[in-house]
Design a protein around this ligand. Structure first.
Ligand code: 6PG
Length: 252
């Protein structure tokens, strides 16, 4: 049985803007620390709605000037099986809110392929890209920072309950067919998520309170609550949650 919060540092904040500001400050601090060692800062972005404010904040006058954008490599934790121009595309959201507004080098942005390939080939291509860019041979790529969200069902990235990818211990990237969404997703596997130096979850909303309590304090059951897989993380896991999402954490 895994310790409920053995590696999780939970910060309860009053609102999404406060979470976004905290996440932006963390991004700036970590990027400066890594770049000070003469290395590119390698980050995987999450999708969905929660991080949109963070990306907008990073590209705002408040933070844009604090970041050496030309020495950051951007990847994605997962992607929907739609074109990068589609309104549901995680790449589109990050491009609209961030990449299009800062001086990041386009060759340092690594979207997950979603067109003119099969889902499995897209996953294989992205895995090859990870291995090539991280050039650590057979070693698992170790991101400096991975942003994650959590669904009301406890999923994270595109690791959904009761899917085979939850048990993946070899591949870096997979293309699960998600029955409940009737679509494929492309996702980093637990292997990569758990090798990151820092993982930063952002979770808001009352609808997520039951799952968050199970993920952080419940019996270890990652098939039911996939975000629990991050209890195996080798690095630091920080949860930035609002009081609504944290509403059941104090329950016995
Ligand atoms: C995605 C995300 C997914 C997301 C959660 C939470 O592609 O949708 O990677 O894991 O983080 O579903 O989504 P919200 O932030 O929209 O609640």
């Amino acid at each position: 049985m895994k310790s409920p919060t053995s590696n999780a540092d939970v910060h309860i904040e009053e609102s999404l803007p406060a979470i976004a500001a905290d996440a932006a400050e963390t991004f700036v601090r970590l990027s400066q620390e890594v770049q000070a060692m003469g290395k590119p800062f390698r980050v995987a972005l999450s999708g969905g709605s929660t991080p949109k404010l963070l990306y907008g904040l990073l590209s705002s006058d408040t933070f844009r000037g604090e970041v050496a954008w030309d020495n950051i490599q951007f990847f994605f934790g997962d992607e929907r099986w739609v074109p990068h121009t589609h309104r549901d595309s995680n790449f589109k959201m990050a491009n609209d809110e961030l990449f299009s507004k800062v001086d990041v080098n386009s060759e340092n942005i690594f979207p997950i392929p979603t067109e003119e390939v099969s889902p499995d080939d897209a996953a294989a291509q992205y895995e090859a890209t990870l291995r090539q860019v991280f050039s650590e041979g057979s070693e698992v790529p170790r991101f400096d920072l991975i942003f994650l969200g959590m669904g009301a069902d406890g999923h994270t990235a595109s690791l959904f309950p009761h899917t085979e990818v939850l048990h993946e211990r070899e591949k870096l990237v997979a293309a699960p067919y998600v029955e409940k969404l009737t679509t494929h997703r492309i996702t980093l596997t637990p292997v990569v998520l758990n090798s990151a130096a820092e993982v930063l979850f952002m979770v808001v909303g009352e609808d997520k309170a039951p799952a968050l309590r199970e993920v952080l304090k419940g019996e270890y059951n990652p098939d039911e609550y996939p975000s629990q897989l991050l209890r195996e993380a080798q690095g630091n896991v920080t949860w930035l949650v609002d009081s609504a999402a944290a509403g059941k954490l104090r329950e016995a």
